[in-house]
Design a protein around this ligand. Structure first.
Ligand code: F3S
Length: 406
């Protein structure tokens, strides 16, 4: 793999031990994937921020970097942590957990990473442009920026992205190359998907059956909005390893079927009926439960989504026996405050939580066992990341709101 003189100096340790280690990891990755050279990047988004998933070894690694004076070289943002930094006590997060979580975030901040603590950095601070190469490591953000924004990132691990942020480069390989963004599997959906719930379910269904590295090309009978596409991608990436999809006539690299497949024929073809999705839902999610938590905002809720919830709820209130929590970014929370929705929702029994989410926070430690969510990704991960202490049922926003408000 060709390296510039400066890259060789980084590798040889002229800029310190940690940049050399970072470069070594990236070069090894590049050589394994036949990359010809490195490419400079200007932005990164780093996951592995919740103490629940990262653990003590990650804190120690980051603190060692801090002691050695490491700083990231490019604009870098952080994924959600394991708790709301302001409301953690009120939400019942254990004190020990909170201390370790703060240590972890502090270390990232000392490295120069911006503590956005959101998995939707593209809503505000960190929104890549079309065709821009970036290093992102949150699977839902990876699939969103590739498919919907047309920016270019591989599905990286958090240490890969941290390394890329330290040296400001990544190996030019995988989805950074146009030819690897070609669709592989044509998927005709013989149904009219509608709403985040339905698109999330479709994403889970397809992600669950696709082989790794496949890029699905959807032909749909309905026209999804941007947040429905986001739900589709999050579901695909949760149940499988999909990092990119196309929707013919809608996503930016798929004006028509030919463009999506870059002139090739699909390797595989699949037709999906509404009944397939319903059978999948019945097989994977509990038939019905009385929820003790409503969890909305996976990926982190947008202003539009929260406004829609406010509109649907009207003047009703959440019943006393259920928690209704919406997870979002600080940026969106501030916007809600500015337009006067935040207080009204809180008075109606809905908590707007930032910095964290239902999957990476320790909800099981709060005694939560049964969750309703409109997110395919959250429904998929909650049982796995709580060691089956909690189950989740995926439902549409209307179903959820009608069930738990009066
Ligand atoms: Fe975001 Fe948590 Fe879902 S990080 S994508 S809300 S699992």
């Amino acid at each position: 793999m060709y390296l510039t003189k400066e890259e060789e100096r980084i590798l040889n340790g002229d800029f310190g031990l940690w940049p050399a280690k970072a470069m070594k990891l990236l070069v090894a990755q590049g050589e394994l994937n036949d990359a010809k050279r490195m490419i400079k990047i200007e932005r990164a988004h780093i996951s592995g921020v919740s103490y629940k998933t990262a653990g003590l070894p990650m804190i120690e690694l980051l603190e060692d970097m801090v002691r050695n004076g490491v700083r990231v070289k490019i604009f870098s943002t952080l994924n959600p942590a394991g708790m709301d930094l302001e409301r953690w006590k009120e939400l019942g997060v254990p004190e020990d957990f909170a201390k370790l979580q703060k240590r972890l975030i502090d270390a990232y901040v000392k490295l120069g990473v911006i503590p956005t603590l959101t998995c939707a950095p593209y809503l505000a601070e960190n929104r890549p442009k079309f065709a821009e190469p970036v290093a992102f490591s949150e699977s839902s953000a990876v699939v969103f920026v590739n498919s919907v924004l047309g920016a270019r990132t591989n599905r990286n691990g958090n240490l890969d992205v941290l390394s890329a942020a330290i040296v400001g480069r990544i190996p030019k390989m995988g989805l950074l190359l146009k030819e690897n963004r070609r669709g592989t599997t044509l998927i005709k959906v013989k149904a009219k998907p509608n709403g985040e719930y339905y698109y999330g379910l479709l994403g889970l269904y397809v992600g669950n059956i696709l082989s790794p590295r496949e890029i699905p090309v959807f032909e749909l009978e309905s026209k999804p909005g941007i947040w429905e596409m986001r739900a589709l991608g999050a579901g695909l990436a949760a149940a499988g390893s999909t990092a990119m999809f196309h929707i013919v006539g809608i996503t930016p690299e798929a004006k028509n079927r030919e463009e999506a497949f870059q002139g090739d024929q699909p390797k595989e073809r699949l037709a999906i009926q509404h009944s397939d999705l319903i059978s999948f839902e019945q097989e994977h999610f509990p038939s019905d439960i009385e929820p003790d938590l409503i969890a909305i905002g996976c990926p982190h809720a947008t202003i539009e989504e929260i406004k829609e919830i406010a509109r649907k709820i009207g003047n009703r209130k959440v019943k006393n026996n259920v928690r209704f929590w919406i997870y979002t970014s600080r940026y969106v929370k501030q916007k809600l405050r500015d337009i006067g929705i935040l207080n009204k929702l809180e008075m109606q029994g809905i908590k707007i939580i930032s910095d964290t989410c239902m999957v990476v926070s320790p909800i099981e430690a709060l005694g939560i066992k049964k969750v309703y969510t409109n997110s395919g990704k959250a429904a998929w991960y909650i049982p796995k990341l709580t060691k089956n202490l909690a189950v989740a049922k995926i439902k549409s926003l209307d179903q959820i709101i009608n069930k738990v408000t009066a």
